[in-house]
Design a protein around this ligand. Structure first.
Ligand code: TXA
Ligand code: MG
Length: 351
């Protein structure tokens, strides 16, 4: 299939939105930027479009898709009810990087929800996403626009690399502003449950709706120890290996100086090192990729997936990454890094 690539640097956003709407309305797939990562869009009310998305990504079809809307009023027909806590969260965080899980109504196809009785919905704030979502009369199902198992895409070049030739259209809207996927909260049951860490933090959510349970499958200690059975996790995406670079990745934890000496000791010429600007000069050997300043976790979030992809094009046979603060956005970064590492977290003195 020939993939049409349209850039917002050359074509006005209004025109881009019309062209994307034409593809989506005719049952095709259009990948477009959101504030978190690029999404691979299809008609969210069409089971056939859902199937096309699964095929293009090589994604198992029991892993449900998030429905994206351009107006809050589009939510009501998709769900059985809108709980009070959802209303509060929508008021505070929509449009923005928060996905909420509801009991689904009958108009949401089972193929979109992966056979679950629930549906994930999000209203993005990115101007290009917003324009596209407002140009179609249906919600748009959009998983991250990467091949299944690969790091999510934060630049149009990543999307072209993974999905070029597999989808009708890719909208190049430049680098995405955030770089990690939306926070997911499940409000379909009696108590709110956090299913994915993201840019909006647990603390920010609890400030609005009170206590939230964190799903055991996303707790860092359980990813490391593989403690939780991931046969039937709440977010089916959790059972698949994610964000994986092509070679083994180890996260090294401990005091900063200990981490650096341990990696220095182990790293040969063919090692990849995921580090920070401040530490670049301290590793004489290996291929170094910086996540930016250690003082700027937002920048690290922004660069994470691109950095993991960079290693795939370097002649490295192993990657060492420095541990990162597990607070706020650092928590979302560590969560993705731990998944990329398949839970390989090693103390500096054990490396
Ligand atoms: O930031 C984002 O959320 C991006 C952009 C494109 O919006 N989208 C995204 O979609 O990350 P995806 O498909 O890569 O990840 C969605 C996650 C999956 O782990 C899936 O299992 C989970 O959400 N999910 C979707 N519907 C669900 C449901 N009804 N119940 C539980 N988990 C669900
Ligand atoms: Mg994804």
């Amino acid at each position: 299939m020939k993939t049409e690539v349209l850039s917002v640097r050359e074509i006005p956003v209004r025109e881009i939105a019309e062209k994307a709407a034409a593809v989506l309305s005719s049952g095709g797939l259009s990948a477009f930027p959101t504030e978190t990562v690029y999404g691979l869009g299809g008609n969210g009310l069409s089971g056939d479009s859902a199937e096309k998305i699964y095929a293009a990504k090589g994604r198992p079809s029991d892993n449900p898709l998030i429905l994206h809307i351009g107006y809050k009023k589009q939510l009501r027909p998709l769900v059985k009810k809108i709980p009070g806590k959802a209303k509060k969260l929508m008021k505070t965080f929509w449009p923005g990087p928060l996905t909420i899980i509801f009991e689904k109504s009958d108009i949401v196809p089972d193929r979109t929800s992966g056979g679950l009785p629930t549906v994930a919905v999000r209203m993005p704030s990115h101007p290009v996403a917003k324009a596209i979502l407002r140009a179609v009369p249906f919600p748009v199902a959009a998983p991250s626009a990467n091949l299944s198992g690969r790091p999510s895409t934060t630049k149009a070049s990543h999307v072209i690399e993974d999905l070029g030739g597999r989808v009708e259209q890719i909208i190049d809207g430049g680098d995405v502003p955030i770089g990690v996927e939306s926070t997911i909260i499940d409000l379909s049951g009696p108590e709110p449950v956090l299913l994915r860490y993201g840019y909006i933090t647990l603390g920010e959510i609890e400030d609005v709706i009170g206590p939230v349970t964190v799903d055991p499958a996303i707790r860092a200690e359980n990813i490391v120890s593989h403690a939780v059975s991931v046969e039937h996790p709440k977010a089916p995406g959790m059972k698949y290996r994610h964000y994986a670079p092509k070679m083994p990745l180890f996260i090294v934890s401990g005091q900063e100086d200990d981490i650096i000496s341990a990696i220095r000791r182990k790293a040969s010429k063919k090692a990849g090192i995921l580090t920070f600007d401040e530490h670049m000069d301290r590793f004489p050997e290996g291929f170094k990729v910086s996540l930016g300043s250690i003082e700027n976790p937002e920048e690290a979030a922004h660069r994470l997936f691109d950095s993991l992809r960079q290693f795939d094009s370097l002649p490295v046979d192993i990657i060492y990454a420095e541990d990162m603060s597990a607070h706020d956005i650092g928590g979302a970064i560590m969560n993705r890094l731990l998944k990329a590492a398949g839970g390989n977290l090693i103390r500096a003195d054990k490396l």
